[in-house]
Write a protein that binds this ligand. Structure first.
Ligand code: ASP
Length: 439
């Protein structure tokens, strides 16, 4: 049994948090590969070290004052080292970092030092060897991530290491230039390591006890999701339920390795298990409900649209030519609606309308803005009769006008369009009917 454990920034923001991480790691001998993030915020007014590193680099590389900021960053690490009582000195590392900043080693290099230094501290603290991600996480000369090469490199290095600390977030191009994933990318490193060592489980330790059925800013104290499939997670994450970096799913999913989201501050909580498939019946018919505001519907009307071959393609081509991606496309016999992000659409709306007029000569084009889209997601919906009925009667009871309905072919989700101002009430109505009043 082998587990890969990744600790997020808030889990490693101070010596106190490091101690919690160590007791988690040592409590289970199978937790053998550790992927740390850079120190995050210690409280809501604090800064993430990654942000400080970007700022410091920008100042240093443009000839502005940077020394105080660099000292502030060093103090964050020194405080952790002192708090842990380690005999470790980062003076040499910081001297090198300063030189590299002045030599303009790049913003990704600067950002990566947070994970790199936290990796050194973690390795020292645990007595595990360090594998520098620059030696195993590979990008090509154009900065594209090389997943297969990385898998081979990680597997080769880790084959001879029973335990290791591998800093998250960064890797290197063939010439040694340090590059990073997008923000939050240590999640991806954890997933890559899990795949490379054929782990049984990828534990992602953070500051929440997993995914919630609904956004806690809308529903107070929502229920926890115990188990979620990768497909359900994709649907919810797309709608803004973010705990895990989107790209972290793919390496482990391919290898059939589950992810367990766990809370460093409440390790006894079971957290959320993310799995490919499960026979476990979900606690409620729905796994989660999430949504986003700020959509616009382009409603196109034309008599006999249904018999006009190529109508849909021509309309979608107009959006493609204007570089606008569409979200949903519910249609009737003589009508078709295209749902787009309002901010993306607004600046190009006249070009789109002119394009549609030219392409398909519709009877009318009507725009409806300030719409919200809600996804009700759940593998349990397929086998439960009446789910749609319950959703819509709950919304009708709450006096919410439904503007659009779209059910995915997988029967995994039902997408509902409502006006922005009804968004929160709609989420509450759906949550109440499936979770609060569920028997
Ligand atoms: N430290 C990086 C960030 O703040 C990466 C990570 O934490 O995953 O985005």
């Amino acid at each position: 049994m082998k587990k890969v454990v990744k600790f997020g920034g808030s889990s490693l923001a101070s010596a106190r948090q490091f101690k919690k991480a160590k007791s988690i790691i040592t409590a289970d001998k199978t937790r053998c590969y550790v992927v740390p993030s850079a120190p995050g915020k210690r409280d809501s007014n604090d800064s993430k070290v990654t942000d400080l590193l970007y700022q410091c680099y920008d100042a240093a590389s443009s000839g502005q004052a940077y020394k105080r900021l660099l000292e502030q960053i060093k103090k964050r690490f020194d405080d952790i080292i002192d708090g842990l009582g380690l005999s470790l000195n980062l003076d040499f590392e910081f001297k090198k970092i300063e030189e590299d900043f002045l030599k303009k080693a790049g913003r990704p290099y600067a950002a990566s030092r947070g994970e790199y230094l936290n990796g050194i501290i973690m390795a020292h603290y645990l007595g595990f060897p360090l594998l520098d991600a620059a030696d195993a996480v590979c990008f090509d000369a154009d900065g594209n991530f090389l997943s297969e090469k990385t898998n081979e490199e990680l597997a080769a290095h880790l084959a001879s290491m029973k335990q290791a600390v591998i800093p998250g977030f960064y890797g290197a191009a063939p010439d040694g230039t340090i590059l990073t994933f997008s923000r939050g990318g240590s999640d991806i490193t954890g997933s890559l390591v899990a795949r490379a060592v054929n782990a049984d489980l990828y534990e992602n330790w953070t500051d929440v006890s997993g995914f919630l059925v609904a956004d806690p800013r809308i529903i107070s104290n929502p229920a926890q999701i115990e188990t979620i499939t990768y497909r359900e997670l994709r649907e919810l994450a797309y709608m803004g339920a973010s705990v895990l970096h989107e790209d972290a799913i793919f390496p482990v999913r391919r290898a059939g390795i589950p992810i367990n989201i766990k809370n460093t501050n409440r390790p006894e909580d079971p957290g959320t298990m993310i799995v490919e498939n499960t026979s476990k019946k979900p606690a409620y018919t729905i796994t989660g409900v999430a949504g986003k505001k700020g959509f616009c519907a382009v409603n196109i009307d034309k008599a006999m649209m249904n018999s006009e071959i190529g109508f849909g393609r021509k309309v979608l081509e107009v959006f493609e030519d204007c570089s606008i991606s569409f979200e949903h496309m519910p249609s009737g016999i003589d009508t078709m609606s295209i749902l787009v992000h309002q901010d993306e659409f607004q600046e190009k709306e006249q070009a789109v309308i002119a394009g549609i007029n030219r392409a398909v000569h519709p009877d009318s084009i009507d725009l409806e803005s300030e719409l919200a889209v809600i996804a009700v997601v759940g593998r349990g919906m397929k086998s439960t009769r009446g789910t749609a009925g319950r959703i819509f009667s709950a919304l009708a009871h709450a006096k919410i006008n439904v503007k659009m309905i779209d059910q995915g072919s997988s029967e995994l989700n039902i997408i509902i369009g409502v006006s922005n101002e009804d968004f929160e009430d709609a989420i509450r109505a759906i949550y109440d009917i499936f979770v609060k009043t569920a028997v």
